[in-house]
Every structure is written in C-alpha cells, then in structure tokens.
Design a binder for this molecule. Structure first.
Ligand code: GAP
Length: 455
C-alpha cells in the first residue's frame, strides 16, 4: 500500500483533492474535491444509495436541513454529552484529546472512562506531552464539538443554533412525517447523505478526520426484539458493499464493541476497520440504538413517536439499527486500496488506480489515434457515450502515454478510434487492469460499459 504522503501528493497532482483555501495559505484541515475527486465522491454516494435504498424496497431517501431547532440537540444529548476529553500541556500550550494520548502511549482503550479516571491514568503512567515531552497536563475538561452559529441579525443566545454533527437526527425528527406520507410499515429504513460538522480537537490524517465531512446514514426502524436480526443483516450488507466494490479482505477487520464500552443507548455496536497507513482504524460503524432516539424526541417534543401495527394492533416505539459512514473515509479507502505501482515485463513502471468501474471517475476514455484523421469521429462517439457515462476525451500525445495517463486515474476502458473505425465502425477497447485489447462494434459499447459497472 502507498504511504499517506504519496497518496496526498497523488490526490493533489491528479485533481482528486486540493488543500482548502490554498491561494490564501490554506485553512487547516479543510479540503476541496477537484474534478476527479468530485466524480469519485458522487459515484460512491450513488453506489451507496443504489445498495442501501434503491435495491432495498423497504428503504426511502431523505434530505433534511443542516440547521435544526436547538431542542433537537437537547433531546439527542448532543448539547450535554457530545464532547471530547480535552487536556492542555502547561509547558507548550498544545491541546490534546486525553483518550488519544492514552491510546498512543500504551494502546489502552479509554472509551467510556470518566475525565478524572483518564487524568489519573495520565499522571500515574507519567505519559509525556507528545509535543515537548513535559509531564504537566491541565485537568481534563469536556469540550463540546458542535459548531455554533446564529440565525438572523441578532447574535444573542435566543438566536444561537448549531450545525448538525450527524445527519441521523434529521431522520428521527421526520419519522412520523415519513410514516404518514410514504405508507411504509415497520420494518423500513430512511437513508440520508449530507454534510455534518464537528469541531474536532485533533483533526488529521488527510481527509480521515476533518471538521466538515459528509455522512451516509441509514436509520432502520424495526420491531423491538428483531433488532439483532437486522443488525446482522445490515452488518453483512456493509461488508459486501465494500468487498463487491473491490476492497481487499485483508484490508478490512471487524471490531465488536465490548458490552461495557457500549454507549448508554446501544445494545450492540460494530466498527468496520480499514487498514490505513497508520494501522487499522474506523471506516464505518453500525449501532443498534434501541428506542433511545425516538423516545427522547417524544419526551422533548411531546409528539407521539409510537407506531401502530395495522395487522396486530400493537403499539410500540420502534427500535433503530444505524449503519453510518463518512464519504471521505470511503474516498481515502478506495484510493489506498487501489493505487499501485506495477513493474511491467518491459521493465517500465506503470501507475494504476485499480478501482471498481462503478466508482472510477471516468468509465471510458475516447482517444482518436491520429488527431487530424480521427478526431471528428471520436468527438461524436464521446458525445454519444457521455449522455450515459462519465467519459473523457483525450487527443494529445502518443497513444501509449494517453493509456498510461488514464491508467493512473483509474479510467476503466480506453476506446481508440483508428483508420479501421472509419471503414467498419469498430474500435479498439483496452482494459485498464489486463491491458488486453479487443475489437468491438460501436453499437455494442454501451452494453460493454454497462456490464463492467455491475457490483
Ligand atoms: N449517527 C452516528 C454517528 O454519527 P459516528 O461514529 O460519530 O456515528 C459515523 O460517525 C461515521 O462518520 C464514522 O464511522 C466515520 O466514517 C464518519 N466520521 C465521523 N467523524 C468524522 C470526521 N470528523 N471526519 C470524517 N469522517 C467522520
């Protein structure tokens, strides 16, 4: 696997990911997705929607606001509890997450520990400041990670609101709306893709942990007592989503949270870890959240969140199973998983992004062999294919260089228009991975491309 610095460089030079606000010296830990990065992100989102919503007849889509009534965050517990344990080195004034300090020191998992317990652990184990080596940390305090802003012209506490730190709550507060308008019966799920914001104390590792990111969350509502079955069902779906899109098994591992470390609302949680350059780390989480969220919103809003089963006449507050993933962590994983430097039989090096055609920024490159003779035909072919697929047209440099360029950005098929094409409407179709070439009729191209995109 490539090193993180190499990936950052690759992502920048090929137009996947740029430093945010670069011409002004940058804004720390913000990233802009360039021409290829935005295509990749869109493809990841559309693949997730295909598998988790479209191909699952129980599930529907939602697009709720980023700004929500502050009572939502009171009910969900984010206003009170959505915090990280913050400590500061008195000697160099650097700030750290206390649980990270402990984990980096001796791999102890401090999830669920009180601030006092973490502080005592740091003192008794003489954990040094990673920045200056001193042993002089301030007591730990809880730092709320929600971004605050104001709605309207008066910047007072009455107008203070928050950017959502997860998309999930927008789903819970619309549970009754969706139930009424979509005529769904339990079990059913609601999928949402959208931006979330967290004022992380220690963002980093490129786009792994940022303060602004996109989440893809499914809240699956089911009858109490059936949640374990659905938890296993969605957990398997998550793994098969990743592997069917080419993530290698050796790059994945599952971490079941031990009972004593579960959040107060959860009766089961599993994280799918990906092998990032710094080690296995969380890519995707699934939590069985019981009826915690709907109950909390029922109490806060005084709106009933009960479901009446039309067949059995039973009334209950549904349980929820929630798979939740960050789009950027998937971007990072698919790039790390696929980027390779190959040695060819000729001794040449070939950089290839082995990414599933469904996710590849471009499915097809249309290349006229000789610009003067074949460009008109190739241009028309490009325009026709571009109605259905993400395509790129390239007529500069020799054909070998053009193939290499497309390999390195993951373009799955290169279609070359040559002298023979003008005679019989056939083209050369070259496969990125095998580098094999076949001759195909232009009338078959759509079918050939479509077949590669199935996953
Ligand atoms: N609603 C549940 C929830 O938000 P989470 O474990 O806090 O759970 C879910 O977040 C996923 O969102 C993570 O597994 C990760 O993929 C992504 N994520 C969370 N914080 C992130 C951050 N600061 N930067 C990028 N991705 C993040």
């Amino acid at each position: 696997m490539v090193k993180l610095e190499e990936l950052v460089q690759y992502a920048k030079t090929n137009g996947f990911i740029y430093q945010g606000s670069e011409i002004y010296g940058g804004l720390a830990n913000t990233w802009d997705y360039g021409p290829l990065g935005s295509l990749l992100k869109n493809n990841i989102k559309s693949a997730w929607i295909a598998k988790f919503q479209k191909e699952t007849k129980e599930n529907v889509l939602l697009d709720s606001s980023i700004l929500l009534n502050t009572d939502v965050w009171k009910a969900s517990g984010h206003l009170g509890n959505f915090s990280d344990p913050l400590t500061e080195c008195r000697s160099c004034n650097q700030r750290f997450r206390a649980d990270n300090l402990i984990e980096q020191f001796d791999k102890t998992n401090a999830d669920g520990w009180s601030n006092e317990k973490m502080y005592q652990y740091i003192l008794s184990n003489k954990i040094p400041c990673p920045s200056c080596g001193a042993h002089d940390f301030l007591p730990i305090r809880s730092f709320n990670m929600m971004f605050q802003t104001y709605q309207g012209v008066v910047m007072d506490s009455a107008n203070q609101i928050y950017l959502r730190p997860e998309t999930a709550q927008g789903i819970f507060i619309n549970f009754k709306n969706i139930l009424r308008t979509s005529r769904k019966k339990i079990p059913f799920g609601v999928c949402q893709v959208g931006k979330s914001f967290r004022n992380e104390i220690t963002p980093g590792n490129f786009v792994f942990r940022t303060r602004e990111f996109e989440q893809m969350e499914l809240e699956f509502f089911c009858k109490p007592g059936t949640e374990k079955k659905w938890f296993n069902y969605w957990r398997e779906k998550m793994v098969s989503f990743l592997t069917s899109l080419g993530i290698k098994n050796e790059n994945l591992s599952l971490y079941d949270h031990p009972k004593e470390a579960l959040s107060h609302y959860s009766n089961a949680t599993t994280d799918i870890h990906f092998k990032f350059p710094w080690g296995f780390d969380e890519l995707w989480g699934i939590a069985s959240r019981t009826d915690f969220d709907l109950k909390a919103h029922q109490t806060q809003s005084k709106e009933s969140m009960e479901y009446l089963d039309p067949e059995t006449n039973e009334r209950y507050i549904p349980y929820v199973v929630e798979p939740s993933v960050g789009v950027e962590r998937l971007v990072l994983s698919f790039l790390l998983n696929g980027l390779e430097m190959e040695k060819l039989d000729s001794g040449e090096d070939r950089q290839v992004l082995h990414i599933h055609p469904r996710l590849a920024p471009y499915k097809v490159a249309v290349l006229p062999l000789v610009k003067k003779e074949h460009a008109n035909y190739a241009n028309d072919l490009y325009l026709e294919l571009a109605k259905t697929f993400d395509c790129i047209y390239d007529e500069t440099q020799n054909i070998g260089k053009r193939y290499r360029r497309q390999d390195s950005i993951g373009t799955y098929l290169c279609i070359t228009v040559d002298h023979q094409t003008l005679i019989d409407d056939t083209v050369t179709v070259r496969n990125r991975d095998s580098m094999e070439q076949i001759r195909a009729h232009v009338g078959d191209l759509k079918r050939i491309i479509e077949e590669t995109m199935i996953f």
